[in-house]
Design a protein. Structure first.
Lengths: 115, 113
C-alpha cells in the first residue's frame, strides 16, 4: 500500500510569513494526525482528525496555526504568521478507524526553517 | 495524563554489542506502549508494541522489549548491534479509548565499527 504522502519536504521562510503543508493519508485511514517535532525532542501532537472532524486540537496554537481536512481525506496545516520557534519537522500520520491501538503510519515530514 | 521518560539521549555501542534503550512510563490506567525508530530525514516507523498479553514483545530487525508493570518500564533491547541500527528511537504511550500517543524525547543510537 502507498504510504502517507507529505509535501513539501523542505521549506524556508522568513518570520511573519505564512506557510502551508499538505498531507495525503493512507487510503481508507479515517484518523489523521499532525505532529510537531522540534530538534532534539519527541513529536508533539498538534491536532487529530477523525474523518473531517476535529477530535483533539488542545495543543494547537490557534492564534497562528490552523488545519483542515476537507472531505475526510487530504489535510492542510497552515502557519500564519510564522515565528522563529516554529522551526521544526511537521509530521503527518494516519491510522485506521476503530482499530484499537493500531499503530500510526507516519509520512517523511516537512522540515520548516524560519529565519 | 500519561507520559514517557527515556533515560539517556545518546547511546553509543560497538557493532555486535548489546543495545539497551530505557523507557519508563507514567499512567493511571493500563498503558499501551510502543517503540518507534526514525532514520535521518524520514518519518517514524513502528518497531514493536505492547497492548495486552505476553509481556515480552518481539519486533522487527531483531528488537524486543519487555513490559514490567512493577517497574513501570518498557526497555528496548537487541542482542547484537548492526551498523544499520544507527537511528533515533522513541518510546511512546497511549491508553485505551484515547489513542493519543505521548512520545518520549528520544534516544540517538550510534554504532561503532
Amino acid at each position: 500500500e502507498a504510504g502517507v504522502a507529505q509535501s513539501p519536504r523542505y521549506k524556508i521562510i522568513e518570520k511573519r510569513q505564512s506557510v502551508a503543508f499538505w498531507c495525503n493519508p493512507i487510503s481508507g485511514h479515517a484518523t489523521l494526525y499532525w505532529y510537531q517535532q522540534i530538534l532534539g525532542q519527541g513529536p508533539k501532537l498538534l491536532i487529530q482528525f477523525q474523518n473531517n472532524g476535529v477530535v483533539d486540537d488542545s495543543q494547537l496554537p490557534k492564534d497562528r496555526f490552523s488545519a483542515e481536512r476537507l472531505k475526510g481525506v487530504d489535510s492542510t496545516l497552515k502557519i500564519q504568521p510564522a515565528k522563529l520557534e516554529d522551526s521544526a519537522v511537521y509530521l503527518c500520520a494516519s491510522s485506521p478507524v476503530q482499530v484499537n491501538n493500531s499503530p500510526l503510519h507516519f509520512g517523511n515530514g516537512t522540515r520548516l526553517t524560519v529565519t | 495524563a500519561q507520559s514517557v521518560t527515556q533515560l539517556g539521549s545518546h547511546v553509543s555501542v560497538s557493532e555486535g554489542a548489546l543495545v539497551l534503550l530505557r523507557c519508563n512510563y507514567s499512567s493511571s490506567v493500563p498503558p499501551y506502549l510502543f517503540w518507534y525508530v526514525q532514520y535521518p530525514n524520514q518519518g517514524l516507523q513502528l518497531l514493536l508494541k505492547y497492548t495486552t498479553g505476553a509481556t515480552l514483545v518481539k519486533g522487527i530487525n531483531g528488537f524486543e522489549a519487555e513490559f514490567k508493570k512493577s517497574e513501570t518500564s518498557f526497555h528496548l533491547t537487541k542482542p547484537s548491534a548492526h551498523m544499520s541500527d544507527a537511528a533515533e528511537y522513541f518510546c511512546a504511550v497511549s491508553v485505551s479509548n484515547d489513542y493519543k500517543l505521548s512520545f518520549g524525547a528520544g534516544t540517538t543510537v550510534t554504532v561503532r565499527a
